[in-house]
Write a protein that binds this ligand. Structure first.
Ligand SMILES: NC(=O)c1ccc[n+]([C@@H]2O[C@H](COP(=O)([O-])OP(=O)(O)OC[C@H]3O[C@@H](n4cnc5c(N)ncnc54)[C@H](O)[C@@H]3O)[C@@H](O)[C@H]2O)c1
Ligand SMILES: CC(C)[C@H](C(=O)O)[C@@H](O)C(=O)O
Ligand SMILES: [Mg+2]
Length: 355
């Protein structure tokens, strides 16, 4: 029987609650599909600061690199917000992504038919939405130097090199080939030099993909278009900060931030993580939606472990559970037959897989 080594980072806030449910579902599907998963837990974020003094212990880096894939919850919280920047949970996460070399963050926003009433947008606007946001994850203004805050003047630097743009562009074009063959590159080329290089490079790269249509959009317009007519998008490719913002918007297009999964991929390893944060406002209340993390686990099965059947089973179980009217609190107002807590949502998905 095949065994996969999965590194687990639960993190802070709702992180442990949602990751536990994903593990439950993974175990159910492994049993059905005749493979096994062994898990090893590592620390990152606030809990790592409290336990080891740093947000990203060396052991975490090494453990994840030696595993087949990593499932990650979320980090951060007010308790650590006043620490010097190098000691903050978010700095740990960024260093982690950088060390893992996960330059391509795939954030799919797909509407479940059962949830068309859950979005704040009209059903006819969102029915059929299927967008893949390809966010560059280890460059741009998040990592650019110089950066400084001397108490009077503060600045960050937005940097992209051509190879970085080509690398993420290829990911987007290759993905589009397996979808509707359309890439929309989002930038701010009307103002920023870095965006002009981004746009010129995408245009050059497009010559290698004559079967894929490339269009460009300024990020302010893209934010508006996502809400006006999200169905116009197939693949969106964009830089780190624009992708961060646009993916939170896309999550609400499909009903809740508790629904959007992601895969952070590169040449060394892959990290599977919901797009949302540690949600300190609801941590410990048992009301967090675990679906984003459970779907991230399905992405892990599909992309890193090549267990497509198991991934399909999770996705089918989620659809069936939603169809039967089970909802977490964030979606409770929308065609709910029964509102479940975080743990019961995990249980019922595992049960649907088992039966
Ligand atoms: N990848 C990560 O680890 C990650 C991502 C984003 C934010 N953060 C961190 O999380 C902390 C909180 O940030 P924030 O409040 O801006 O963003 P957030 O995504 O944690 O929460 C935003 C809102 O969405 C709700 N929400 C988020 N996930 C949910 C879920 N699964 N089910 C139901 N509701 C959910 C929250 O309750 C909150 O009202 C900060 O410390 C931030 O830096 C971490
Ligand atoms: C917590 C933060 C550093 C992170 C980001 O901005 O990348 C988060 O918002 C995300 O979307 O994963
Ligand atoms: Mg974000």
């Amino acid at each position: 029987m095949k065994n996969y080594k999965i590194s687990i980072i639960k993190g802070d806030g709702i992180g442990p609650e949602i990751v536990d449910e994903a593990i439950k579902v993974l175990n159910a599907v492994a049993k059905k599909c005749d493979f096994s998963l062994s898990y090893k837990e590592y620390l990152m974020g606030g809990i790592a600061i409290d336990t080891t003094g740093v947000p990203l212990p060396a052991e975490t880096v090494e453990g994840v690199l030696n595993s087949d894939a990593c499932l990650f919850g979320a980090i951060g919280g007010e308790k650590w917000d006043t620490l010097p920047r190098e000691l903050r949970p978010e700095t740990g996460l960024l260093k982690f992504r950088e060390e893992m070399g996960v330059y391509a963050n795939l954030r799919p926003a797909i509407i479940y038919d059962e949830l068309v009433n859950a979005s704040t947008l009209k059903p006819e606007v969102i029915k059929g939405v299927d967008i893949m946001i390809v966010r560059e994850l280890i460059g741009g203004i998040y990592f650019g130097k110089p950066r400084e805050n001397d108490g009077f003047k503060a600045f960050n630097t937005m940097v992209y090199t051509k190879p970085e743009i080509v690398r993420i562009g290829k990911t987007a074009f290759e993905l589009a080939r397996k979808r509707d063959k359309r890439v929309c590159s989002v930038d701010k080329a009307n103002v920023l030099e870095v965006s002009q290089l981004w746009r010129d490079t995408m245009n050059e790269l497009a010559k290698d993909y004559p079967d894929v249509e490339l269009t460009h959009m300024y990020v302010d317009n893209a934010a508006m278009q996502l809400v006006r007519n999200p169905k116009q998008f197939d693949v969106i490719v964009t830089g780190n900060i624009f992708g961060d913002i646009l993916s939170d918007t896309a999550s609400m297009v499909v009903g809740s931030i508790g629904l959007l999964p992601s895969a952070s991929t590169g040449d060394k390893t892959a990290i599977y993580e919901p797009i949302h944060g540690s949600a300190p406002d609801i941590a410990g209340m048992g009301i967090a939606n675990p679906l984003a993390t459970i779907v991230s686990a399905a992405m892990m099965l599909r992309y890193s472990l090549n267990e497509d059947k198991a991934a399909d089973m999770i996705e089918e179980a989620i659809k069936a559970v939603l169809k039967d009217g089970y909802r977490t609190k964030d979606l409770a107002a929308f065609d709910a037959k029964e509102v479940l807590n975080t743990s019961d949502m995990g249980n019922i998905i595992a049960e649907y897989i088992e039966k």
